[in-house]
Design a protein around this ligand. Sequence first.
Ligand code: AMP
Length: 612
Amino acid sequence: MEFKILADSFDKVEKVSKRLEMTDLLAELFEKSDVDEIARVIYLCQGQLAPPYKDIEIGMGEKYAEEAIAKAAGYTKTEVEKEFKKKGDLGLVAEEFLKKKKQRSLFSAELTVEKVFKNLMRIATVEGSGSQQLKIKLLAELLNSASPVEARYLIRIPLGSLRLGIGDPTIMDAFAINLLPEAKKDKALVKKVEKKLKEKKEEKRAEEFDKKLRLAIREIIESKYNVHSDLGDLAETLKRHDLKGIEKIGIEPGIPIRPTLAERLPTAKKIIEKLGKCAVEAKYDGFRLAIHKKGEKVTIFSRRQENVTEMFPEIVEAVKNLKASDAIFEGEALAFNEETEEYYPFQVTIQRKRKYDIDKMAKEFPLTLFAFDLLYANGQSLMDLPFKERRERLGKIIGKNKTIVLTDTIITNSAKELEEYFNKSVEKGLEGIIAKDLNAKYIAGARKFSWIKLKRSYKGELGDTIDTVIIGFFKGKGKRTKFGLGGLLTAVYDKKSDSFKSIAKIGTGMSEEMLESLFKMLSKIKKEKKPVRVDSELKPDIWVEPKYVIEVNADEITKSPVHTAGKEKGEGFALRFPRMIKLRQDKTPEQATTVKEIEQMFKKQRHVSTGA
Ligand code: AMP
């Protein structure tokens, strides 16, 4: 495919104001892509060369990009620099300079997606002496053959500033549109969907059928995405073999699985009513890690599916002693002081998330991995086994190990016992407990009642904190003028519409250092207008791309006409006295608290008893 087609689609995506228009544009683009290029097209749409778990970052510095632009357009670096200072976006600078290019290049060739991808991949992977010059050359070579619009994106991609706001759900929706004609030939699927139709009138019925069938296709795709989180790979299989082709996709070590999530209930009594006899585990406050072992090769994924193997050498070592050739298991890692038998607070554990001084910190604050679930062992998926069996096998595989241990757990059907265990955990400095359904399968990527959390809370606080996404900020007033930032506009995630809906303005809980660093971080992701997937009637001074998640505490959830989260009859949800606790770097915006969860929390808080 010509790169021009991709660039033109990006240009259109930037201009739309509705997510559905974005979905249609993507469906059109994917339809035009061949089997052997669809994966690349998908990655490029999200400004990447590979899914996050492959850990391939293009990461080119602005200075080098400026040099490449100067080289390709025949201007000096100083001229490019000057324009960048004015415009603040090197993509637009490249576009402008290519419009007034001084020299016609001798070797200009037609740019294809393949060629662009190849050069960008080399830029991402070359190392050693002379590599910077080579990177400039590779980028300049692309710019040489580019039109001004193409140049805009050729610069933004390696700088990591493409930010079209295309989320994974939107990509899956676009796949579903394209698969509709094929799915209509699938008799079993058609029958299943027809059973769900409610419309009586013929014309409307056809419309309803298409909508429901698209949803059914989307569900199939998502169920595979949950166990094989690589959209490029899935797209290629879909192009090659249609929906039938992805049936065979299952979990395999080395490819991340989307984590199961916990529901909430307000009391021990309610938990026992819901689950009956269940496992009750200590809830540790550290990093959730998914460990994949394939023979000698160990890979560790974070909750947002980044490859974090390098950060935790002691865990990699410990995994080598497991009694299984292949395995996928999950646990929560935290700095644990064995001598005093105390858990360090999260602020200590978080220091282990670093790229430098890893060994030094590993010695100072070694981690203990509290393992809690086993999904795969010795060539077999265990996801469909009941939890109690998975846990038993997990214990056997771990055996005696200093760094990896099983989570502390009891099995009970008594609310009193559960509550006592909860109190004991909180006294030890833990967050609370997670109760688990002994018979449940592992549910990837979803929040069903197989896990229920109960967290400590204090008077005047919600039973749980909320993870909100920053969608904009307000400039500081008075004392805060000097920070450039006085407050944040935040949102929760609405899964149904794949959008971020406003819920709170937050101005407390941030230290001066935090205000400064938030301003720096957010200034890099400013948006001229409201991002397509953001739904907010409040207008901040500056909009930002929904990227960062913060943990927030509040006194309660209230109804307010100001916010759009769960808005019905003119009233949405809002947080009363919200305060920021910390940045949640381990969560992607789509992993923030959802509108549905807020709604459930709102309903529950009316009859919160004092229990636990
Ligand atoms: P939350 O982030 O509050 O929704 O709580 C769920 C998180 O608790 C999981 O994603 C894990 O990171 C963490 N966690 C801590 N201890 C456990 C445990 N014993 N079992 C499962 N998850 C745990």
